[in-house]
Ligand binder design. Structure first.
Ligand code: MEV
Length: 296
């Protein structure tokens, strides 16, 4: 039997833009997925949230690793599906680690992430690779993928970040569909999108400094600007907006969608732990899910 885990991630800056080669900033959260593999006659998944495409993704990973055996794959996850927290990437990374454990393979973080990416392509079409990178690396990272080559730089977090994740539970469409819709809108207005991209580059420059210098107020303001740009790209819904505005009214430094959007999760930077709990409770009162986490 082999065992492995993968982390949940939250993108603080740059989702969608990262698909076009712009940088993004993400952090891993203290929530994980555990996978156990035991050899078997046929591939079988035991999980509360498995679907047919999951098996295709697991097959893609096995093929890339050159493994011919079949397994019973047991998945236990603390990460809600379709939550914008990279649940699929966490499963893929955990599965690669479990296979490596089963066969006694010593893989680097980069290799684990690259194998996991094979499944991400099956699920999401043209993913940037940030989800599998964060699911395998942990910590806070600056991430960029240009022409299929990814550059990853760990970031120092100057001051702990009190994060709230709000989830509407009403994501409209798959990540692949949402990425395709953005691509279509960009093709209609390439000049305007170029301006949005340039604004995002400045947002990311500022965000790296704000994270490393420990300036959460500046960081929150940049999150608000990033949300405005994502809204302009058409990936925010009324429910996302409700969570984001409630968080801002409750004193958050900043709030935005995180991940693909369209009703998926929002990330909120709270002033402190108490403020994070108050915001999370307010989101729950609105009938949505909320979790709090500290990034340090
Ligand atoms: C999904 O978590 C983030 C997106 O930018 C897609 C990707 O990076 O592959 C929307």
């Amino acid at each position: 039997m082999g065992k492995g885990s993968g982390y949940a991630k939250v993108i603080l800056f740059g989702e969608h833009f990262v698909v076009y080669g712009l940088p993004a900033i993400g952090v891993a959260l203290a929530k994980k997925t555990d996978v156990e593999v035991s050899k078997s006659q046929h591939m079988r998944v035991e999980s509360s949230h498995a679907d047919a495409s999951l098996l295709n993704g697991l097959e893609a990973i096995k093929n890339a690793m050159g493994i011919k055996d079949s397994f019973v794959v047991k998945i236990k996850s603390e990460i809600p599906l379709g939550s914008g927290l990279g649940s699929s990437a966490a499963v893929s990374v955990a599965y690669v680690r479990a296979l490596a454990d089963e066969y006694g393979l010593q893989l680097t973080g980069e290799q684990i992430s690259a194998y996991a990416y094979e499944a991400e392509k099956v699920y999401h079409g043209t993913p940037s690779g940030i989800d599998n990178t964060l699911a395998s690396s942990g910590g806070a990272i600056f991430y960029q993928n240009t022409d299929g080559k990814s550059a990853v730089k760990p970031l120092n977090v100057g001051k702990p970040l009190n994060i709230v994740i709000g989830n509407t539970g009403k994501k409209q469409g798959s990540t692949a569909e949402i990425i395709a819709a953005v691509r279509g809108r960009r093709e209609k207005n390439p000049g305007i999108y170029e301006d949005l991209f340039n604004a995002e580059r400045k947002v990311i420059d500022g965000a790296v400094k704000a994270i490393e210098h420990g300036d959460p107020a500046a960081l929150g303001e940049l999150m608000n600007i990033n949300h405005g740009l994502l809204s302009a790209m058409g990936v925010s819904t009324k429910e996302n907006g409700d969570i984001i505005y409630a968080a801002r009214v409750f004193g958050a430094y900043g709030a935005k969608i995180t991940g693909a959007g369209m009703g998926g999760s929002c990330v909120i930077l709270a002033k402190n732990e108490k403020n994070a709990e108050d915001i999370a409770n307010e989101i729950r009162k609105m009938g949505y899910l909320a979790i709090t986490s500290v990034v340090q």
